[in-house]
Ligand binder design. Structure first.
Ligand code: 13P
Length: 305
């Protein structure tokens, strides 16, 4: 089964009021854990790669690992550029076989974001590739209590009309990394409701959507880490967001936390060990379990194939 775009995945997700998981594919064991979970749950999945990770791993290795995942599984897999920083990176990914790219102009002035996004959409659509745009403070650079950081629904409608994007990452109060909230976690559901009514069935995307499970923060800390006051998006809020029109949920921090916790634990418990298969294997298994849990309890996308 070849790589697919996210078009059908999002259509089904919108109709079914669930979300597709977009998991950052940072190394081979993480990819294998994610894909094993998706196979087990019979659900489509998005493997996404940031430019930093693509360069670190090497673009050819990234593609070949994802091709191996496609060849050895029988689920729908979409390969997506996460947080595409510029036109040339998007073009390089499209030319090499990615089926979806994000062009992240969200930090640019509005007019520049429109211009850049439109340019990427034109190239991508000519090559059968879909595009995610971004509008508002989707990274959580500013305090989420500041209303202007959230995506403006009217501006979003203009943005979608003027650029032709296939999906849009919106800001409703999340941020990247393990430190998402200083006080009680909350998402701007009123704003999400307005966005869905202005954007009329356009697939919406949530970045910064890790839940930062206490279990894995504690496991890291128990084995030597110092991750203090970490707080993610509670699972029930993500489930509600998925029911309300968010159909792609981005998750990276949780995968990194679980893999690192397992490695830390292994080395403390086996100080004599040095074989990478021994210390990366537990992380791969734990990633599989975590992704199965998210597919069932958070995204609601299990048993969709
Ligand atoms: P987290 O840091 O919450 O996992 O979000 C990552 C992300 O949105 C990548 O696009």
């Amino acid at each position: 089964m070849p790589l697919v775009t996210s078009t059908q995945m999002f259509k089904d997700a919108l109709e079914g009021h669930y979300a597709i998981g977009a998991f950052n594919a940072n190394n081979m064991e993480i990819i294998q854990g994610i894909v094993a979970a998706a196979e087990h749950e019979r659900c489509p999945v998005i493997l996404q790669v940031s430019e930093k990770s693509r360069i670190y791993t090497n673009p050819v290795y990234v593609l070949k690992m994802v091709e191996a995942a496609v060849e050895t599984s029988n689920i729908d897999i979409c390969l997506h550029l996460d947080d595409g920083p510029d036109y040339d990176t998007c073009v390089a990914c499209i030319d090499s076989g990615f089926t979806s790219v994000m062009i992240d102009g969200s930090r640019l002035p509005y007019a520049d974001n429109v211009k850049l996004t439109k340019q990427v959409v034109t190239y991508a659509h000519d090559h059968g590739v879909v595009v995610e745009g971004g509008l508002g403070d989707i990274h959580g650079d500013t305090d989420s209590d500041i209303p202007s950081a959230l995506t403006n629904p009217e501006q979003a409608a203009d943005f979608v009309h003027d650029t032709g994007v296939d999906s849009l990452a919106v800001a409703i109060g999340t941020c990247y990394g393990p430190y998402k909230f200083k006080t009680e976690p909350t998402l701007a559901f009123d704003r999400l409701k307005d966005l869905t009514s202005y954007l009329d069935n356009l697939p919406l995307v949530l970045h910064g959507a890790s839940s930062v499970p206490k279990e894995f923060v504690d496991l890291n800390n128990q084995y030597g880490a110092a991750i203090e006051r970490a707080q993610g998006v509670p699972e029930d809020l993500l489930r509600d967001a998925a029911r309300m029109g968010i159909c792609k949920i981005n998750i990276e921090t949780d995968l990194n936390l679980v893999m690192t916790a397992c490695i830390r634990q292994f080395f403390v418990e086996h100080p004599e060990a040095y074989d990478p298969h021994e210390y990366l294997g537990p992380g791969r298994r734990a990633i599989r379990s975590m992704v199965i849990h998210k597919m069932r309890q958070v995204l609601g996308c299990s048993k969709r194939l």
